[in-house]
Design a binder for this molecule. Structure first.
Ligand SMILES: Nc1ncnc2c1ncn2[C@@H]1O[C@H](COP(=O)(O)OP(=O)(O)OP(=O)(O)O)[C@@H](O)[C@H]1O
Length: 902
């Protein structure tokens, strides 16, 4: 039976909240609504939920009404579960479910999990639920989180308690206080003050009362704590709660569970430790778990960042602070250190000294978690030209989201970002047909899929005309500010853009001008930059760059520091940090799932590239004709009185064409998608899956080509007798396929070595000529010192040897015959099953070695993730509350390597 004060669970497409107390709540599209639903069919204020003496009542205040099972309703009392559609019969669904009032659970003996560690924790002596809060309902925006499960468990109730304390939007260069703690945060916490700051910088907050036993967290609604985030797995983690304390256990989640920035498998959780799952942060406060959504509106601080290359200092004590939702333009002459700075700020090449803090948390120390909040758009768009915008984003979402997300969930997010970036009209346009600006927006869309709260862009406007330049910069500004009420992107984010283009710098909130040597020549608001450099307009900034190039960086930095524009940074304790731990990096999906995605994407790319498709189909027919036109009127067998030179000619041309075809198929494959590989590697792409997808498809294509080509070349004139398999045609076919595949692997290896696809063709010609010479068919390799040894490394040598073995070329060419040919017979050409098999096995072995070398060389083009190992700071030298030493729940030796795994 329902009574006054009955909690009401409200499930909307944006999440779930439980209303309590005696306060009405408005549901609508407006940001000012208590529960926000971003859908055009929903009125700004659509309905009001009123508490009554016997439960709850729905009042319709909308233009387009409330709908239930296809009929329009008026005002209605809620007596049981009520499913409403807003604005139309198929409008967004709101499920209203009154919750029976439960008795308070007395402190009882806890149900201790079998493996629960005995942990002492303050504030969890009793498990009486937190008193129900009758505060205003927190708004649930996109990516918002929901409260409890559908099972009505006590602990599952999410009790919104309204907004937390917003971050103090500091003056640039002025942290909000020592250690970056916003005013109002009490001191004396047991953890890093800076980390504690995250408790107050996120303005969406809800409370989950804890109960003894186990409480599961995840994306699925059947969890006690529902995490409405595509980065969360369905069943992500579990809290084991006992009188002894709370333990957090990761349930083999795709994106990992983090405690204080470190990925855990199982770890005790102390009061105010920061638990992160996707974009959601949780802290244990007393007997409750308080949840915060990373709304992007958090400060980004760079303190005394220095980068060295050997003894050369590339970056000098870089310090600045950006409030949330700001757009920073980083400019400077060529070689000033813009890329160095970008690498330091993204953690791709961490700084050697100083700290980078996001929401007060050390990026390097908590890299494995925080890197998930970073979007990075490289200068070269990481997109396949042959895919449409929608296809590129769908494959991108498959790689980025956990394997247990449904196709519908991914599609919905893709459509959302397409709309957000104004790409709806181009969603089915091929990337190659987009304008430069649209292409860049597609690259940004790819990053936005995971809702990063920090977005970095490297030269996004390079090569764009002024109109596209302006449109991209306006897009970036829009992304920084967020879309405002009712939009799909209310949050906004901090956007940092490195650019050579100065025309639209006035769109930036802040500008960082770098002088050569990585010195700060100016940091501050955009208009201040004009005044500081004495210019009217950013078009005059070319002169500033000339001046910067001509003046020593130290002098420019000193000039800025002495100016009225310099705002000294508040004194912060010396920046210290631990080297990032070596942990297996988080991969969103198993390697097999990635392999499937990448193979399908590659196949789609091949199919979409019509000219390439035509070429790979035409290749075997055209190349098959080459050996075919070589006349062999006597066939390929032996002649009674004389050598048969036609046999060698036909077989050498056959193997050479196979080697050329195999290598041509692969030599551009890696170099042409370098930018894509590098970016996807940083989001957890498996090297094995990547190479595997290439090998699966290229092997299939090359084998099919070899089949056609060999049949054209030798049908009707096959060698007379097989050496090993009983069928000369089959043996020829296998020899050709092995030579082609081994060459294909060499092509892949070469593709990792070159940095430009244009270099592929000259190398292909060179290697093919080498294969011809070393095949042994043109000139004998037997007994020729050095040449013979080199020839053993060449696929054509082994492919030709296998063909020669089948055809018994030693006999056919009368080698070693004292009167006809004085050349020595070749051991590798003997017409025996053993020799033929040896030729084939070694041919395969060369392919395998080339593959291993490719794997090794692929690492070379991956983002640099190492830095000089840094000694852990001495205790007491860090910022207030800093805790050096190993993190609980993991063994983490300090190392200079950030986690990327194979
Ligand atoms: N590994 C390194 N060893 C030595 N010097 C380096 C190294 N990497 C970069 N540099 C130097 O550091 C300086 C800054 O390089 P960086 O690439 O960051 O400049 P940039 O401003 O991005 O240049 P551009 O605008 O041309 O891309 C340059 O003088 C460069 O030669």
């Amino acid at each position: 039976m329902l009574v006054s004060g009955t909690p009401l669970r409200v499930h909307t497409p944006a999440g779930e909240v439980t209303l309590t107390g005696d306060v009405s709540a408005v549901v609508g599209r407006a940001r000012s609504a208590d529960i926000v639903i971003n859908d055009g069919r929903v009125s700004r204020r659509h309905l009001v939920l009123h508490p009554t003496a016997v439960g709850w009542r729905v009042e319709d205040i909308s233009a387009n009404g409330l709908w239930c099972e296809g009929r329009r309703l008026g005002n209605v009392d809620i007596v049981g579960e009520l499913r409403l559609r807003l604005g139309a019969a198929d409008g967004p669904e709101v499920v209203l479910l009154p919750q029976p009032v439960r008795p308070v659970i007395p402190p009882t003996a806890p149900t201790r999990g079998p493996d629960a560690a005995p942990i002492s924790i303050e504030g969890l002596a009793a498990f009486a639920p937190t008193p129900v809060t009758s505060a205003p309902v927190g708004s649930v925006g996109p990516g918002g989180n929901s409260g409890g499960p559908g099972d009505g468990g006590v602990g599952g109730d999410a009790v919104p308690v309204g907004a937390g304390v917003p971050v103090a939007a500091g003056v640039p260069g002025q942290p909000s206080g020592p250690g970056g703690v916003a005013p109002g945060v009490s001191g004396g916490l047991s953890i890093d003050q800076a980390t504690a700051q995250s408790a107050v910088v996120h303005d969406r907050r809800r409370v989950h009362p804890l109960r003894p036993g186990r409480m599961r967290m995840g994306r699925s609604r059947d969890n006690e704590i529902n995490v409405g985030d595509l980065l969360a797995s369905r069943h992500h983690a579990e809290l084991h709660i006992s009188l002894g304390g709370v333990e957090l256990v990761d349930l083999a989640s795709a994106n990992g569970t983090f405690v204080n920035g470190h990925r855990i498998g199982r770890a005790p959780v102390m009061q105010r430790d920061v638990i992160a799952i996707g974009h959601h942060l949780f802290q244990l406060e007393g007997s409750s778990l308080v949840e915060y959504v990373d709304s992007g509106d958090v400060a980004f601080e760079v303190q005394d960042v220095s980068v060295f290359a050997g003894t050369k200092q590339l970056m000098h004590d870089m310090t600045f602070r950006l409030p949330g939702r700001s757009l920073l333009g980083v400019v400077g002459p060529s070689g000033a250190g813009k890329s160095t700075l970008l690498n330091a700020l993204t953690g791709f090449r961490p700084a050697d000294r100083g700290s980078v803090r996001y929401a007060g948390r050390d990026l390097y120390a908590e890299y494995d978690e925080l890197r998930r909040r970073i979007g990075y758009v490289p200068q070269a768009d990481p997109l396949h030209d042959q895919l449409t915008v929608r296809e590129a984003l769908l494959y991108g979402s498959e790689l980025r989201f956990p394997a247990d997300t449904t196709a519908d969930e991914r599609r919905a997010r893709v459509e959302e970002v397409i709309g957000q970036l104004g790409l709806s009209a181009h969603a089915d346009t091929r990337v190659s047909r987009l304008s430069g600006g649209q292409k860049k927006r597609t690259s940004v869309a790819l990053e936005l899929l995971t809702r990063p709260s920090l977005l970095f862009l490297d030269e996004p406007t390079s090569g764009l005309d002024p109109a596209n330049d302006q449109s991209v910069m306006e897009t970036l500004r829009g992304l920084a500010k967020g879309g405002g009420a009712g939009s799909t992107d209310e949050s906004g984010r901090t956007v940092i853009v490195v650019t050579h283009s100065v025309l639209f710098l006035d769109l930036c909130d802040f500008i960082l001008v770098l002088a050569p040597g990585g010195h700060v020549a100016y940091f501050g608001p955009a208009d201040g930059a004009l005044r500081f450099f004495g210019k009217q307009d950013f078009r005059e900034f070319a002169a500033v760059f000339r001046e910067l190039e001509a003046t020593p960086g130290e002098e420019m930095a000193a000039r800025f520091r002495a100016s009225e524009f310099f705002v000294p940074s508040a004194v912060v304790a010396p920046a210290v940090r631990k080297a990032p731990p070596e942990l297996p990096s988080v991969r969103q999906q198993p390697v097999t799932a990635q392999l499937s995605t990448l193979t399908r994407r590659y196949w789609r790319v091949v199919l979409a590239d019509r000219s390439y498709l035509r070429l790979i189909i035409a290749y075997p027919f055209l190349l098959g004709i080459v050996p075919r036109v070589l006349k062999a009127p006597d066939g390929l067998g032996p002649l009674p009185q004389s050598p048969n030179p036609d046999a060698t000619k036909v077989l050498v041309v056959l193997v050479l064409c196979a080697c050329f075809m195999g290598m041509a198929n692969s030599i551009r494959e890696i170099v042409k998608e370098r930018a894509i590989y590098r970016r996807e590697r940083t989001i957890g792409l498996s090297r094995t899956a990547y190479l595997g997808s290439k090998i699966i498809l290229m092997t299939a294509i090359t084998t099919a080509q070899c089949l056609v080509f060999t049949l054209i070349a030798v049908v009707g004139r096959t060698p007379p007798q097989a050496a090993a398999l009983g069928s000369p045609l089959l043996e020829c076919l296998l020899a050709v396929i092995v030579a082609a595949l081994a060459s294909m692997m060499i092509g892949l290896f070469v593709s990792t070595l070159i940095d430009n696809a244009d270099k592929a063709m000259p190398i292909l010609v060179l290697v093919t000529m080498g294969q011809l010479v070393f095949s042994g068919g043109l000139t004998s390799m037997t007994g020729r010192l050095v040449l013979e040894q080199i020839s053993y490394l060449v696929p054509a040598r082994w492919g030709f040897a296998a063909l020669a073995s089948t055809d018994d070329i030693n006999v056919v060419s009368k080698l070693g015959n004292p009167t006809l040919r004085t050349d020595r017979p070749d051991r590798l050409w003997e017409h025996t099953a053993g020799t033929w098999a040896l030729d084939i096995v070694i041919g395969i072995g060369i392919g395998v070695i080339a593959l291993l070398l490719t794997t090794v060389m692929l690492r070379r083009i991956e983002p640099k993730v190492t830095r000089a190992a840094e000694a852990a700071p001495a205790e007491g030298t860090g910022p207030p509350g800093f805790r050096p030493g190993p993190i609980r729940g993991q063994s983490q030796p300090p190392t200079g390597r950030l986690p990327l795994r194979g």
